[in-house]
Write a protein that binds this ligand. Structure first.
Ligand code: KIV
Length: 280
């Protein structure tokens, strides 16, 4: 570490400095957009860090994206801590946020705090995220923040409540829903959250909430009026699901499919390995 510091210029070191909650606040104040993606493994996290991404969220979306489940509800603390440790090992600049899985913070504030602590001590994260408003989880949020762990909130469509919500529905439509969502966002700010994810939220409402908060909003399917954007990394590579709000930035799916098919073909035909791949 020390040698790495000595090898770099001061400016390079400043550019590499870890993104912190204070950095994100400065971005909001200056209007610089915050970039976030999910990450679940070391090689992907390394590339994301090198690309200059601000936040890597080790999302419980790992349940459907990586593990092939229908939802995230079966994802455990042990799984989340494991994936967080892989990502944290690669992230030199980006803030690593560990996503608290279903039932890791709902039972009591004490259990929430213990589990949040595992993301930091075992996972190497710099912050955690949990879903839901402060009128339900305010005690847990305050306990975690009180212990020195930054908390990112998550409102709008909250995947861990998919069965209660009754499906993947846009949130904040209609005057009552709009007001409720705004109140919930202000409640999370008051409880001590450093940022709030707004998922599947009417774009006008998300923009209004962004104006009302002093902490940054990070949108996913919530329009361009948020302070930052987050997407699932597999989706932007064409490896996940297609949605209206996401975009494929690179077709890794075709690239991988071709590489796998070529490998199978060459081994079957005896075209690989050749002499150049052999040890003598
Ligand atoms: O689990 C996840 O990946 C998330 C993001 C989609 C915000 O919560």
């Amino acid at each position: 570490m020390r040698q790495r510091v000595l090898d770099r210029s001061v400016q390079e070191e400043l550019d590499m400095a870890r993104v912190r909650t204070t950095t994100l606040l400065k971005f909001k104040e200056s209007g610089e957009k915050i970039t976030a993606l999910t990450a679940y493994d070391y090689p992907t996290a390394k590339l994301l860090d090198e690309a200059g991404l601000d936040i890597m969220l080790v999302g419980d979306s790992v349940g459907w994206v990586v593990q092939g489940r229908d939802d995230s509800l079966g994802v455990t603390m042990d799984m989340m801590v494991y994936h967080t440790s892989l990502v944290a090992r690669a992230a030199e600049r980006a803030m690593v946020v560990g996503d608290m899985p279903f039932m890791s913070y709902q039972v009591s504030a004490a259990e929430a705090l213990r589990n949040a602590g595992r993301f930091i001590t075992e996972g190497g994260a710099q912050a955690i995220k949990l879903e839901g408003p402060a009128d339900k989880f305010g005690d847990a949020i305050r306990a975690i923040v009180h212990a020195g762990i930054p908390v990112m909130g998550h409102l709008g469509f909250t995947p861990q409540s998919v069965h209660q919500i009754g499906g993947y529905k846009i949130q904040g439509r209609g005057d009552e829903a709009r007001e409720r969502l705004k109140e919930e966002a202000l409640g999370l700010e008051a409880a001590g959250c450093f940022a709030v994810v707004l998922e599947l939220v009417n774009a006008d409402v998300a923009a209004e909430i962004t104006q009302a908060l002093t902490i940054p909003t990070i949108g996913i399917g919530a329009g361009s009026g948020c302070d930052g954007q987050i997407l699932v990394v597999h989706d932007i590579l064409g490896l996940g699901i297609r949605t209206k709000f996401s975009k494929v930035f690179g077709d890794a799916k075709s690239l991988m499919a071709k590489a796998f098919a070529d490998y199978v073909k060459e081994v079957k035909e005896g075209a690989f390995p050749t002499a150049e791949h052999e040890h003598r």
